[in-house]
Design a protein around this ligand. Structure first.
Ligand code: ZN
Length: 259
């Protein structure tokens, strides 16, 4: 499994840093976790066709994690080059996709091809997954990649994801509470190969932070979605020293990790 970080910023874009999005590659299949970045351009830069997207998974209904779906949807639906695309978007409750349709194409009743109630005609297929059970709910499994969602408490309908492919296990925590009291147990109670967590809300220099993150049963912890004012790179380095031997990696746009 390969993770390529397309966007690593927090709520707003920063210099050379788009909002949250990660490309997950398993075999020949491509998937996205969150779409806060202009992913159609970023994937083109990586020579990846949107026809090869097999699934998109949104952690929670905050705009900086899904706003890029607007441009992606327009591009994929409107251009023949993406005739072959067939992409389920697994999204939590709280995102108004009917309004996105109207925003892109006007009154959907006037556009037979784009009618919201006509999902089989669409290449991008929005599917709402219900709030996950505490022990986890599988929201996607295409035989190549399995995605299990776990509830976290950042805002209503917020989730962490466990991604399993090619014998590897990767946790994306999604956005969490400032005190990390909802840090997902799947990252501390079962061995995983990588954890990707956020630093937009948590304070990396809070005394409890290394205690909680240090319990992760992972060889490496990626800090993404980082607010540079609140959590400058020095605080990431201090965390790394505190929770060694777990390797702490500060994500940047374009960073790729082979898991
Ligand atoms: Zn959020």
């Amino acid at each position: 499994m390969k993770i390529t970080f397309l966007g690593t910023s927090h709520g707003i874009t920063e210099k050379n840093a788009f909002c949250s999005s990660a490309l997950v590659t398993a075999g020949d299949a491509q998937y996205l976790v969150d779409v806060g970045a202009p992913v159609d351009t970023l994937l083109a830069n990586l020579d990846i066709s949107l026809n090869d997207l097999r699934g998109i998974f949104i952690t929670h209904p905050h705009q900086d994690h899904y706003v890029g779906l607007a441009q992606l949807t327009f591009t994929v639906e409107d251009f023949g080059r993406f005739d072959l695309a067939s992409v389920p978007v697994l999204a939590p409750e709280g995102i108004d996709f009917a309004s996105l349709n109207t925003f892109l194409w006007g009154d959907p009743r006037g556009h037979e091809r784009y009618r919201v109630e006509n999902p089989p005609k669409r290449r991008i297929r929005f599917q709402v997954y219900p709030d996950a059970a505490p022990e986890g709910s599988v929201i996607f499994d295409d035989g190549q990649l399995r995605v299990t969602a776990f509830p976290v408490r950042h805002i209503p309908h917020s989730h962490a994801f466990l991604l399993e492919a090619e014998g590897k296990r990767v946790v994306f925590t999604g956005d969490l509470l400032r005190d990390l009291s909802d840090y997902p147990r799947v990252a501390t109670e079962t061995p995983v190969d990588l954890v990707v967590t956020e630093a937009a809300h948590v304070r990396l220099d809070d005394p409890d932070t290394p205690m909680i993150l240090g319990k992760s049963r992972t060889p490496a912890l990626v800090i993404s979605h980082r607010a540079p004012g609140r959590n400058p790179i020095e605080k990431v380095e201090a965390l790394a020293a505190a929770i060694a031997p777990i390797k702490v990696i500060a994500a940047f746009d374009g960073m790729a990790l082979e898991v």
